[in-house]
Design a binder for this molecule. Structure first.
Ligand code: BES
Ligand code: ZN
Length: 477
């Protein structure tokens, strides 16, 4: 390990309180992208990052992405914050991506602490708060690395570019076009991309990730009566939108997780014996999933089935019904208009447009069987393609070496079930290798109540990101 590398690691170790305070500032800004009433907080978070990056020596610009319709309002999209530090052509240039928006959170959802306050639980040594692991912890990790270099008066081992967005949790609207349009201006000298926005496979062993599932999100609108009706007066008299919707939603997927829409499973890349061996060999047990879900509810008890379900198979999830009666009590209402929400996670070789076509055909056919006088409309969101890259690349070598130095083990090589829509755009538009290097653990509860980041993951994760940059500088192309 070089002298500078060791100094940076020591600085991070010795300044934990300061690093925690930085993350606390970020978590305190409730930058929820999916709710129009929080939009000002998302801008505030973008401005906070712009200011921090600039204090840390970056040239920073904020890029407007235009308008968006949300909750029936026209609102300004959050800006992309682009940072740049270092122009030394003898060094490699790494592009770092992160997202500064978060999922919604209310204490009443079942949080033990205030979601937008970072709480350090000393007993478990965990940091609780919305965004702690997804994705403010990792973003702060990168800022901490810059801070360590600034405080120690050290030059960075590589040139860095930052691309931080505020819409990832809401489908990264506008970012793809932005990256494609600005690739030659802002990202022309990038040699490799690193994204820290995923999690370990379990709770003990770090991993490096080379694949993500894509996503196709659908809204299925069924409407009939002009307004809500009394079921005592109109029950049995009119076609009920909820009855139609529930039938169609239940025709999409079986309770065993099988996708029932014809033409979807057929698109999935075949499984080879060699690939199956990879899942059998992975260090993982069903209890890792049970710990994360707080239940024993896996569809299969076989390790390879569970891993394949997460990494290489598509899945269809039913998310909710807008307009349905969802409050406590026993209201005898017939909702007049309901919107079912579901999504399909996409894997190689699924083609998003073919998936949308298959779903359209299926819901039309199911609806026609109902002989209903209601009307149905399927509204697909812009889909995100799956991403899977060859890990035989110096970017991955650097990540493996850095993980071994910080954690003393060779990390697992994984694919992930979640989606980060811009990943494939970076790979395609910049034609550079993309790597996912996670900070948090599988049980962090991203998107859930009581989201946390273990303090050790925050500190070692920061050291990992710093060490990765030194390994990138050292590895030969
Ligand atoms: N950090 C996650 C992506 C992720 C999830 C990686 C699980 C690995 C495992 C990201 O913030 C996220 O949740 N993305 C959304 C994207 C969607 C809204 C287009 C997702 O996957 O649902
Ligand atoms: Zn995320």
């Amino acid at each position: 390990m070089s002298e500078n590398q060791a100094k940076v690691i020591a600085y991070i170790e010795e300044n934990q309180a300061k690093l925690i305070a930085g993350l606390a500032e970020a978590v305190e800004i409730p930058s929820v992208s999916g709710d129009a009433s929080f939009r000002a907080e998302v801008y505030k978070m973008g401005a906070w990052l712009k200011n921090r990056l600039s204090e840390l020596g970056c040239e920073v610009s904020s890029h407007d992405l235009g308008m968006q319709e949300l909750d029936g309002q026209e609102v300004q999209l959050p800006p992309v914050i682009v940072g740049s530090i270092g122009k030394d052509t003898s060094k490699k240039t790494v592009l770092v991506y992160g997202h500064y928006d978060v999922q919604p959170a209310l204490k009443s959802d079942g949080w033990k602490t205030e979601p937008f306050e970072l709480v350090h639980d000393k007993e478990s040594d965990r940091l609780y708060g919305r965004g702690s692991t997804d994705d403010k912890g990792p973003i702060l990790g990168w800022l901490n690395v810059l801070e360590a270099h600034q405080a120690l008066g050290l030059e960075l081992p590589v040139n860095l570019r930052f691309c931080l967005e505020g819409m990832e949790e809401s489908g990264s609207v506008g970012l793809e076009d932005f990256v494609v349009q600005n690739k030659d201006k802002l990202f022309h000298d990038v040699d490799a991309v690193c994204i820290s926005d995923n999690y370990w496979l379990g709770t003990n062993k770090p991993c490096v990730t080379h694949g993500l599932r894509g996503i196709a999100y659908f809204k299925l609108l069924i409407s009939g009566p002009a307004h809500d009706l009394h079921s005592g007066v109109f029950g049995g008299v009119v076609h009920e939108p909820m009855t139609d919707l529930v039938r169609i939603m239940s025709s999409l997927v079986s309770p065993q997780g099988k996708i029932l829409v014809p033409g979807i499973e057929e698109q999935v890349a075949p499984l080879s014996d060699d690939e199956l061996k990879v899942y059998d060999a992975m260090e993982f047990s069903i209890s890792d999933i049970d710990n994360s879900t707080g239940s024993k509810s896996t569809i299969s008890d076989k390790k390879s089935d569970v891993l394949m379900a997460r990494m290489r198979n598509p899945s269809l999830s039913l998310h909710g019904i807008e307009g349905a009666f969802g409050e406590p009590g026993s209201k005898t209402v017939i909702p007049h208009k309901v919107t079912g929400k579901f999504s399909i996670r996409l894997v190689p070789n699924m083609e998003p447009s073919k998936v949308v076509e298959a779903v359209q055909k299926h819901v039309e056919s199911e609806f026609s069987k109902l002989n209903s006088k209601n009307t149905m409309k399927l509204i697909p969101d812009h889909p995100g393609k799956p991403w899977c890259t060859d890990p035989k690349h110096w970017n991955y070598e650097a990540a493996f070496a850095a993980t071994e130095k910080i954690y003393g083990v060779r990390p697992d090589l994984t694919r992930e079930g979640g989606s980060i829509p811009i990943t494939l755009t970076f790979a395609d538009a910049l034609q550079k290798n993309v790597l996912l290097l996670p900070m948090g653990r599988s049980d962090d509860g991203a998107h859930s109540t009581n989201e946390k980041l273990d303090l050790s993951n925050y500190i070692k994760g920061t050291q990992l990101l710093g060490t990765y940059l030194y390994e990138v500088a050292a590895v030969s192309e």
